[in-house]
Design a protein around this ligand. Structure first.
Ligand SMILES: NC(=O)c1ccc[n+]([C@@H]2O[C@H](COP(=O)([O-])OP(=O)(O)OC[C@H]3O[C@@H](n4cnc5c(N)ncnc54)[C@H](OP(=O)(O)O)[C@@H]3O)[C@@H](O)[C@H]2O)c1
Length: 286
């Protein structure tokens, strides 16, 4: 009698989870942001810019910040095709530039009741090669967003109608990933996650909700900059296979969740740290 061995192969039953196939994006685009203004710190590209587009599509307006003035101008121009948008340029790791941003926000945009803290960049460097200035740049960015948030919250409290804040964290604050050393980035994003919970409690009496999204690898300019063009396919595939859904994210994948958290549809959510990561925090394929 022959023994029939069953070989269980770990087959990839590959559901097509490409971004274009995602149902529901239109729903997110139709969040009701009529009469609402969002301030997006780091909104001139990537997830911040995609969120600005969605808020405008929902009838709101957007103030975006960025470092590069030309890029910022182009982003504002693109947004104004669909609604009102303003730009503020500043290097936020330079603490001398932060007061002017706060003053402009207080003087011209105190009516904003939505805020997204999206500025950040993944810069891999070996722990042993950090100098103090490089380490400080991560903390300076958090310091800037801390005090800018304080300014925006003052406007929300004065407005008396509450508000919603969404911070963009990163899976790199939850787990180490060997593909690129990231100690300073983890310190920064760990701070973002912690601040989210602290402010959720402190601002709840003012009806201001504070949540965070936690992306894994997303195809945006900083991601692309890390790797030479000719390696991109390989790199994308390498990163893609790390994610249980089999692909890296798009800015819209993350913006969909940010817009939801900004909207009144998330009115019972505060202090949440939401993984938007293709399943990485559930378990990695490699
Ligand atoms: N892409 C990913 O794989 C990934 C994964 C997890 C988390 N994240 C986080 O998600 C957030 C959005 O990133 P993204 O991928 O959408 O990047 P992005 O397209 O480069 O957008 C980053 C934005 O922040 C601004 N910014 C960056 N550093 C700044 C600084 N020092 N001072 C002032 N503005 C600054 C950028 O302006 P300029 O372009 O002018 O510098 C830009 O507007 C970041 O916090 C990032 O750390 C990204």
């Amino acid at each position: 009698m022959s023994v029939v061995r069953r070989h269980w192969r770990r087959e990839r039953v590959a559901p097509d989870l490409s971004a274009s196939q995602h149902q529901g994006r239109d729903d997110f685009m139709n969040q009701d942001f009529a009469g609402r203004k969002v301030i997006i710190i780091g909104g001139s590209s990537g997830m911040g810019f995609a969120t600005a587009q969605q808020v405008l599509a929902g009838g709101g307006s957007a103030v975006i910040t960025g470092r590069n003035p030309d890029k910022l101008r182009a982003a504002v121009e693109a947004l104004t095709q669909n609604g009102k948008a303003w730009g503020i340029a500043a290097e936020l790791t330079d603490r001398l530039q932060v007061p002017a941003v706060r003053q402009q926000l207080a003087a011209e945009h105190a009516d904003a009741n939505l805020l997204v803290n999206a500025a950040g960049i993944f810069l891999p460097r070996a722990f042993s090669e950090y100098d103090e200035a490089f380490y400080d740049s991560f903390n300076e960015l958090n310091r800037a967003m801390f005090f800018i948030t304080q300014t925006v919250v003052a406007g929300m409290v004065a407005g008396g109608e509450g508000g919603s804040i969404v911070n963009i964290g990163a899976v790199w604050a939850h787990q180490g990933i060997a593909a690129g050393p990231h100690a300073g980035y983890s310190v920064q994003k760990g701070g973002v996650h912690s601040l989210t919970k602290a402010l959720a409690i402190e601002l709840a009496p003012h009806a201001i909700r504070v949540n965070a999204v936690v992306p894994a690898a997303v195809k945006t300019p900083p991601y692309l900059r890390q790797f030479p063009e000719e390696d991109l396919g390989l790199t994308e595939n390498t990163f893609a296979s790390m994610h249980p859904v089999g692909r890296i994210g798009t800015p819209e994948d993350v913006a969909n969740m940010v817009s939801f958290l900004l909207s009144n549809k998330a009115s019972w959510m505060t202090g949440a740290i939401v993984d938007v990561d293709g399943g990485v925090m559930a378990g990695r394929n490699q």
